[in-house]
Design a protein around this ligand. Structure first.
Ligand code: SAH
Ligand code: SF4
Ligand code: F3S
Length: 446
């Protein structure tokens, strides 16, 4: 029997996949361990979204090379999106790699491991499936407050910059029944929050049910207190979903709405299929129907052909929309993508740097201004963990997914606590627990 140490990189979908991998391996008599020293096998579940994701793994493989030479590790496997993107090249470049397996190959992992240990051969599998959803596997979750739940896999959008359609293959949805069964299991295991995952949840489709139907079903049929989802694509945002969110208290008032760029020519080159005007209209509608919603986004700066003036449009949209927070990335050309074949990565590095710095400065200012307006407000916070900076404080999140740090005795992760926001920084709110008595008075005065 071999002990396995599994490391996860990349997005929430990979976190979820790692839970599937743990489940598949545990069923096949492999022991998953929490410390690398106890393991004979190290598996890396990797990401390919930007070049720095690859660099991180190559660096890690360099470390593992020394360990393998010293006999501290017997086998190394690379799984996930980078494995699918680089395939055999990965093992050619890093000969210590014994297993390379893509996101649809995890059921074959026990066999691949067997090949490595019994016939000293390498184990490769990169077959992408049109059907694999792992709906029949019960993820082996790490205990905590939040549970991930993937309702679909793959992506058919082919944004020209993006590697995901090539690493995760065609889009396929699970049935409502299988999603609901998993949600019920999550509920009975005591998770207080579930995050529904898909590369583009808006295109969820199963037996005549769309994403709004699925969310309504989850809100009605389960009593999980908080239900989140990520990510919707702005191009096909079902308006009914907004009403479903507004009408159901368990659906969190927070939407991650990736903008990518605020200039129509750039959006067109990206194949995002919406315009700046349509994005504004959607934001207005979201805020009209869900007035207390928090909006977050993703932006890419320096995409192929982006001029200063086109970047200014993105800057302006960020200024006008005022997202609560944003992830901003420099464009990184990816293998196989449409952009890598047809639209040269021609924005100089220094311009990308300048633009990301400017946009981050703007966003930090906006996030801070928005957070300052939270001072004096009350919020119900779900405790997630101890605060990293101070073990005597808790870190929790509001419905809008804002982090709040506060102290409260006799509380634990998974508890809901009412707090008043007393201070705010760019990234964090600082709260004070509202004593029980004061809270009931407040409720009476409502
Ligand atoms: N499916 C999700 C995105 C997943 S990738 C969605 O459509 O919302 C997360 C983010 O990474 C994207 O929103 C995009 O902003 C960024 N990204 C994707 N490809 C990139 C690339 N080649 N270079 C830089 N950033 C990229
Ligand atoms: Fe990539 Fe676009 Fe699909 Fe998101 S929607 S995963 S950015 S191709
Ligand atoms: Fe996620 Fe990275 Fe793959 S963002 S889908 S792990 S390329």
């Amino acid at each position: 029997m071999k002990n396995i140490y599994l490391e996860t990189y990349g997005c929430q979908m990979n976190e979820y996949d790692s839970e599937l991998i743990r489940s598949i391996l545990a069923k096949n008599q492999y022991q998953i361990v929490n410390s690398q020293e106890d393991a004979q096998v190290v598996l890396l579940n990797t990401c390919a979204i930007r070049e720095n994701a690859h660099q991180k793994i190559f660096h890690r493989l360099d470390e593992l090379k020394g360990m393998k030479r010293r006999g501290e590790v017997e086998a190394v496997g690379v799984l996930g999106c980078m494995a699918q993107s680089l395939r055999k090249d990965l093992a050619d470049r890093s000969p210590i790699v014994d297993i390379v397996a893509g996101p649809d190959s995890y059921k074959k992992l026990p066999n691949l491991l067997k090949a490595v240990f019994e016939s000293a051969s390498k184990g490769y599998d990169f077959s992408l499936s049109e059907f694999e959803t792992y709906a029949d596997i019960t993820p082996k979750r790490i205990a905590g407050v939040n549970a991930w739940l993937a309702i679909m896999r793959g992506c058919d959008n082919f944004c020209t910059f993006c590697v995901v359609p090539y690493t995760r293959g065609r889009e396929r949805s699970r049935t409502v029944e299988s999603v609901l069964n998993e949600a019920h299991r999550i509920e009975s295991e005591g998770f207080k929050q579930v995050t529904i995952l898909g590369q583009n949840v808006n295109s969820y489709k199963s037996d005549g049910n769309d994403f709004a139907d699925l969310m309504q079903t989850l809100a009605t049929e389960t009593s999980i207190p908080r239900i989140r989802f990520t990510s919707p694509h702005p191009k096909d945002f079902p308006r009914r979903l907004l009403h479903v969110i507004a009408d159901n208290p368990s659906l969190c008032k927070q939407i991650h709405l990736p903008l990518q760029a605020g200039n129509d020519d750039v959006l067109q080159r990206m194949n995002r299929t919406y315009t700046k005007k349509e994005f504004y209209t959607l934001v207005d509608e979201i805020r009209k129907i869900i007035p207390d919603v928090a909006l977050t986004t993703d932006v890419i700066v320096g995409f192929s052909g982006e001029t200063e003036a086109q970047f200014e449009d993105t800057f302006e949209v960020m200024q006008n929309v005022r997202f609560d927070s944003a992830f901003i990335f420099k464009y990184s050309e990816r293998k196989n993508t449409i952009a890598s074949r047809k639209i040269p990565d021609d924005v100089p590095e220094h311009a990308k740097t300048e633009r990301i710095v400017r946009l981050n400065e703007l966003q930090r200012r906006i996030s801070n201004e928005i957070n300052q307006t939270e001072i004096g407000k009350k919020a119900t916070v779900l405790i997630e963990s101890q605060s990293k900076k101070d073990a005597n404080q808790w870190l929790g999140r509001t419905d809008q997914n804002k982090g709040v740090v506060f102290s409260a005795e006799a509380k634990k992760p998974g508890d809901f606590v009412d707090v008043e926001i007393i201070r705010a920084t760019t990234n964090t709110l600082i709260g004070e627990m509202i004593p029980q008595k004061k809270r009931s008075l407040n409720l009476l005065s409502l």
